[in-house]
Design a binder for this molecule. Structure first.
Ligand code: ASP
Length: 310
């Protein structure tokens, strides 16, 4: 029997122990652990990695402390515009959505786009119309409201400044984008990512999350990757695909490829963030170049969750 593996993240950035209290910390770790267990129980029953990453990301989207689905950050005009994607490493089929509002689970829509639209990436109002046609659940604006996100937006809403959800401003605690990667019993890899993007974003700004090859990528020949961080840099560095290419064309191990891209290439460009990765042999890497990253992984039925570097 093949090894089954799953890893999740809830965003990377200026996440410092000094900004956290024991209660909050516990809530985050529980959120990560629940997502891991949700995905792992599917894998354990012989379910597919695509089903596992979708379920894990939906669990994180439903958890208000992460910047995805419920609890997504505010745009410049006080709305929530969400992006998500999912990719199947066996078929290289992918689905993605950007700039949508009120869809309860953006990653669910990405999956439906992958399977039923004949396209890869749909955006905005027309993507919402497709979600309605496919009978996906919608929620009112109130459902997506989270107080700390609102305060975070209030601090910068009258400026041209936009920021990563977890960037260190004033005394706010920061939370992030979510993602999952998995390897199933058939040896198939999959990745999924979901986000509200960056606080105070405007002009229809889209980050790396819905861009296949930048924020999300899966290929059974190499690895599955889900990223979090300053999306503009992750798009320019084509981060997720770059790691897969280094493995496929240069024979790098997962660790070598991740270390090079996250700790060298991105750092030189000024791109803050991290990612979670699983390769076809079940190796797991969770590198980041920021102070912390909400992250967790599960193998041999044991869930491990972490926030800070050490
Ligand atoms: N990568 C996301 C974006 O740029 C933000 C994040 O990871 O928190 O939209």
């Amino acid at each position: 029997m093949n090894k089954i593996r799953i890893a999740v993240h809830g965003g990377a950035g200026t996440i410092l122990r000094s900004h956290m209290n024991v209660e909050k910390e516990k809530q985050y770790l529980n959120g990560l652990e629940n997502a891991l267990k949700t995905g792992h129980s599917i894998l354990e029953k012989g379910g597919s990695s695509v089903d596992a990453v979708q379920a894990a990301v939906m669990s994180l989207e439903n958890f208000p402390l992460f910047n995805a689905g419920r609890g997504a950050v505010f745009t410049h005009i006080g709305t929530h515009e969400m992006d998500a994607s999912i990719m199947d490493g066996k078929t290289l089929e992918a689905g993605a959505v950007c700039g949508i509002s009120n869809v309860q689970n953006p990653v669910h829509l990405a999956r439906v786009i992958k399977e039923h639209s004949g396209h890869v990436l749909l955006c905005g109002k027309d993507a919402e119309a497709f979600a309605k046609k496919m009978n996906l659940p919608f929620q009112s604006d109130d459902y997506f409201y989270e107080e700390s996100r609102f305060k975070q937006w209030q601090q910068i809403k009258d400026t041209d400044y936009y920021e990563l959800d977890h960037t260190d401003t004033k005394d706010e605690k920061k939370f992030g984008t979510v993602g999952a990667v998995a390897l199933d019993v058939q040896g198939n890899l999959a990745a999924a990512t979901s986000t509200g993007g960056m606080t105070n974003k405007r002009y229809g700004r889209i980050g790396d999350t819905p861009i296949i090859g930048a924020g999300t990528y899966a290929n059974n020949r190499t690895c599955a990757i889900s990223c979090t961080g300053h999306g503009e840099y992750f798009i320019r560095a084509v981060v997720a695909y770059d790691i897969s290419c280094l493995m496929e064309y240069k024979g790098h191990t997962l660790k070598q490829a991740c270390d090079y891209v996250v700790k060298d290439k991105l750092v030189k460009m000024g791109g803050e963030g991290g990612l979670i990765a699983i390769d076809k042999d079940g190796n797991i890497e969770l590198p980041f170049n920021s102070d912390g990253m909400y992250r967790g992984w599960m193998k041999n039925r044991k869930a491990e969750v972490r926030i800070y570097e050490k």
